[in-house]
Every structure is written in structure tokens, then in C-alpha cells.
Design a protein around this ligand. Structure first.
Ligand code: PMP
Length: 490
């Protein structure tokens, strides 16, 4: 670790928060060089649908190695690739499955995002893109432009609906409806300053943006708005795919069929693989219009086929839905005792706890005239935010507490639990366990997390109290530094 900090770049991320040297791993568990074992709820930033080194994945990789098949084949046809495409296509949403084309990209999620943007630009002859506040699509130029931290004239930014920190101050269905109307008006107002775009890109659940599930109604509205105006809709399912949110693909919750899907992470069964899948009429590309040397990773395709098939055959998406709902319930229950747990939300096994400073002043919201209760009790989780029926209605959320989130992550690690941090203010503790996690393991994760939050909150309160003694007059709060480009890339 000393050599790492001396030799690797200052842009290191996970290595800073997680001082572990992993040497062995299986399922949910990672073992460090020091012999310590950890429950890994980071799962390679949501990559490991089946956890570490699942037997079906290892077997698939060994089979390719033992067969003497070439490992590097550019984009040539191989039996391994053929099997992967067959398995992938059988999982696709209806409407896309029977008319799909797939482009193998460079190996990362961001490569597939770039490919998708290039594709819709070629297909429409237009250049602009619609993207959303809080989005994360990757770190290459086009993906960065589309992500929430960027400023670019080619990307028009639209509000992503969120309950807890609703930009309109109302949350729930009403907030989502206002967000949709804003999108419509930007597109239809000839003086909005936004040209007709080449495409709209969205995440069905924002991951890095802080685990924010888009309401199904809003997803359907986005589908309708884009379809009515011949704007291709790109669903970025890099993080939400392969059962993670409780459906094989997260777009299935709303029943929409996007024109383009961007897939990576879990589809490679822990090895690098990325594809863009789209409807055949968009396939206007000339040969070589989108290329790359590393598009033919045979080991990743074999590992991916095994993963996709295992998730499908064992109905792991349904398992994620049930277990996820249970975990959300338990965490909400816990939040009743911990005012610093400002919001608990998620979908399936993509779960976030937003940490706040309950002592700091609350923002005042105007009371919404006709507040509709969001879907509580459904899989789309809404927390004790302004839109939740049992929340104090005219109150905004407390300020985010990124320092407390870091302390919780550290306390988790001390208790042998690896969690991720994310969100606009890096104040959301994220859980992305493998879909294979058992009930007992899930209970252990909750116990350790609860204990860590208790310890971190106590330490935080203690420091705040000491701070008060040092400074009898409270200083005005500074808004926490948002994680910008150089913040926390994934
Ligand atoms: N899109 C989404 C929704 C993501 O979550 C990520 C990575 N966290 C990316 C794109 C970029 O993927 P990669 O890091 O593999 O380039």
C-alpha cells in the first residue's frame, strides 16, 4: 500500500477509502493480505451480480482456456461470442429482443455510452443530447459531457425527479410530473435555447447520483415524450442491469422499451465487457464507424454468458426484489432511531442511505397545494423525504453530511463491511451486494451497518458538541463541496 501511494496517480479513489490488499475472494467475502475478512457490498462498483469467483463463472472461464480458443479476436465471430449474443438477446425487453443489433465496444461502460451517443447522432443527423441532473455516464469526453458535473453546450440538462431533494420542493408523483412537464416545454418552446436533440440518455435508477429510482410514471412519460418527437431514448443500464434492481433490466419496471440500451459491468461476469444494443432501424453505421481493438474479450463473454444465464435460470432478479424490499424496510425502521439517516431509498439490491446533519437548519419548502402521496410500499422506495406521507410536510431535508458518511464507511470497514459512498454531496452510503447474498449474510450486513452508524453518529455528535464549546456562536454553514469532475469517479 505504501508503494501504491508512491507510484499510482493522485486520481486513485477506492484505494484511499479502503486500505485493503485483497488476496482471496468468494461470493460476498473478500480476504485481505492481513488475513482479515470483509463482507463486500461494493461488488466491484455493482459489477459482481454473482459475487466474487462464482463457480459457474470460473468454470466458464476455465472451459475457454482449456479449449485452446483464441483469447483475442477483434470483432470476428466465435462460438463463445455467438453464445453470449444468444443469451443476451433472450433477456432483452420485448420490442427490442426481436429487432436488436448489438455493437461490441471498448471494454468499459463509458465506451458503450460513447457508442450510443455516436449512433443516435448518426441516425438522426442531429448533435445535441438531453441528459439529467445527477447523471453519471462515465469518464470519457462524451460521457462526461452527459454527466451531471459537466457543463457543455451540446448537452441540455433536465431535472431528474427525486423525492428527498426535489428541485420543485414537492417530491412524489407531483414532483415527477413537474419534471416531465419541464422536459416537454424545453423541447416544444422554440425559444428554450435547446435544439431538437439526437437523443435522450437516462439511468432508470441513478447510481452515482445517490441511488435515486425514477418513478415508473416518469419513465413512461419520457418514453412518450421522446417517441412523439422522434428522439431516440437511450437507457444507461450499466449499473442497473442483470437483476440488480429487481427486474432483469430496470426499464422493465415501467414496461417501456428504449431505442438503445447501454450495458456493461455485470454482463462481463466480473471481466471487462461493454455493448450497446439498439433497434435495427438505427443501424445506419458505415463499417468502422465505431471500432476498437478490445471488442472481442472471449473470457469476458464466456463469464458474461454464464452470469446472465445463472441470473435468469435462478430468478435472481426476483430474489433481489424481495430481499431489497426487506432490507429497505429494516433500514427505514433503523432510521426512526437515527435522525442522521435522512433518507433510505433504492430499488432491489441497489440501496442508499443519505446521511444528513439533523442539528443543522432545515430548508423551508413551500407547501405543495395538491400533494400526492408517492408509491409507498411498492418496490420504488421513497424515504422520509418531503414527499413521503408521514414526513413533516412543509419541511425540506436537512443538509447532507459527507463527513459523517466518510465516518460511517470507516466504521463499517472496522467491522468488516465494505460499503460505497456516492450521491451529489458524497453523503449517501450505498449497498450493492451480490444478488446471491443469503438472508444470514444480509442480516450480518445490516447489523454491522447499524453498529457503524451508531458509532459514527456518536462521534459526530461528540465533535459537534466540542465545536459548540469552542465556538459559542454557531458559524453559518457552508454548503458541502459537490463532487466535481475530479471528485469520485467510478
Ligand atoms: N454509466 C453508469 C450508469 C455507471 O454507473 C457507470 C460506472 N459507474 C458508467 C456508465 C461508466 O462505466 P465505466 O466506469 O465502466 O466506464
Amino acid at each position: 500500500m505504501r508503494r501504491q501511494s508512491a507510484r499510482e496517480s493522485a486520481a486513485r479513489t477506492y484505494a484511499r477509502a479502503l486500505p485493503i490488499v485483497p488476496v482471496r475472494a468468494r461470493g460476498l467475502t473478500i480476504e485481505g493480505a492481513d488475513g482479515r475478512r470483509y463482507l463486500d457490498c461494493l461488488s466491484g462498483a455493482g459489477t459482481l451480480a454473482l459475487g466474487h469467483n462464482h463457480p459457474v463463472v470460473l468454470e466458464a472461464i476455465r472451459k475457454v482456456l482449456d479449449s485452446g480458443a483464441p483469447l483475442h479476436v477483434l470483432d470476428l465471430a466465435t462460438p463463445v461470442k455467438d453464445a453470449f449474443i444468444t443469451e443476451l438477446f433472450r433477456t432483452l425487453p420485448p420490442g427490442l429482443a426481436d429487432r436488436a443489433r448489438v455493437q461490441f465496444c471498448g471494454p468499459a461502460g463509458t465506451d458503450a455510452v460513447e457508442a450510443a451517443l455516436t449512433l443516435v447522432r448518426a441516425a438522426t443527423g442531429r448533435t445535441g443530447v438531453l441528459a439529467f441532473t445527477g447523471a453519471y455516464h462515465g469518464m470519457t469526453a462524451g460521457s462526461l459531457e452527459a454527466s451531471g458535473g459537466a457543463f457543455d453546450v451540446r448537452v441540455a440538462r433536465l431535472p431528474y425527479p427525486q423525492d428527498y431533494r426535489c428541485p420543485f420542493g414537492v417530491g412524489g408523483d407531483r414532483g415527477a410530473e413537474l419534471a416531465a412537464r419541464w422536459t416537454e416545454s424545453v423541447l416544444d418552446d422554440p425559444k428554450s435555447g435547446v435544439r431538437r436533440p439526437a437523443g435522450m440518455i437516462l439511468e432508470p435508477v441513478q447510481g452515482e447520483g445517490g441511488v435515486i429510482p425514477a418513478p415508473d410514471t416518469w419513465m413512461r412519460r419520457m418514453r412518450q415524450i421522446t417517441a412523439d418527437r422522434s428522439i431516440p431514448l437511450i437507457a444507461d443500464e450499466v449499473q442497473t442491469g442483470v437483476g440488480r434492481t429487481g427486474a432483469f433490466w430496470a426499464v422493465e419496471h415501467s414496461g417501456i422499451t428504449p431505442d438503445v440500451m447501454v450495458l456493461s459491468k455485470a454482463i462481463g461476469g466480473s471481466l471487462p465487457l461493454a455493448v450497446v444494443v439498439y433497434r435495427d432501424d438505427l443501424d445506419v453505421w458505415e463499417p468502422g464507424a465505431h471500432a476498437g481493438t478490445f471488442r472481442g474479450n472471449q473470457l469476458a463473454m464466456a463469464a458474461g454468458t454464464a452470469t446472465l444465464a445463472h441470473v435468469r435460470e435462478n430468478r435472481l432478479a426476483e430474489r433481489a426484489a424481495t430481499l431489497g424490499a426487506h432490507l429497505l424496510g429494516r433500514l427505514r425502521h433503523l432510521a426512526e432511531d437515527f435522525p442522521c439517516m435522512g433518507d433510505v431509498r433504492g430499488r432491489g439490491l441497489m440501496i442508499g442511505v443519505e446521511l444528513v446533519d439533523p442539528e443543522a437548519e432545515e430548508g423551508e419548502y413551500e407547501e405543495a397545494p395538491e400533494r400526492e402521496a408517492p408509491q409507498r410500499g411498492s418496490e420504488v422506495a421513497v424515504g422520509a423525504g418531503p414527499g413521503a406521507p408521514d414526513a413533516a410536510p412543509a419541511r425540506g431535508p436537512h443538509p447532507a453530511a459527507p463527513g459523517l458518511a466518510v465516518a460511517v464507511q470507516r466504521e463499517c470497514l472496522r467491522r468488516g463491511l465494505i460499503v460505497e459512498l456516492g450521491g451529489r454531496h458524497a453523503s449517501v452510503v450505498r449497498l450493492l451486494p451480490p444478488l446471491t447474498i443469503t438472508d444470514e449474510q444480509a442480516a450480518a450486513v445490516l447489523d454491522r451497518l447499524a453498529d457503524a452508524i451508531r458509532a459514527a453518529a456518536r462521534g459526530h455528535a461528540h465533535r459537534a458538541h466540542q465545536g459548540d464549546e469552542d465556538q459559542p456562536t454557531r458559524q453559518p454553514r457552508q454548503a458541502p463541496e459537490p463532487p466535481g469532475r475530479a471528485g469520485r469517479p467510478r
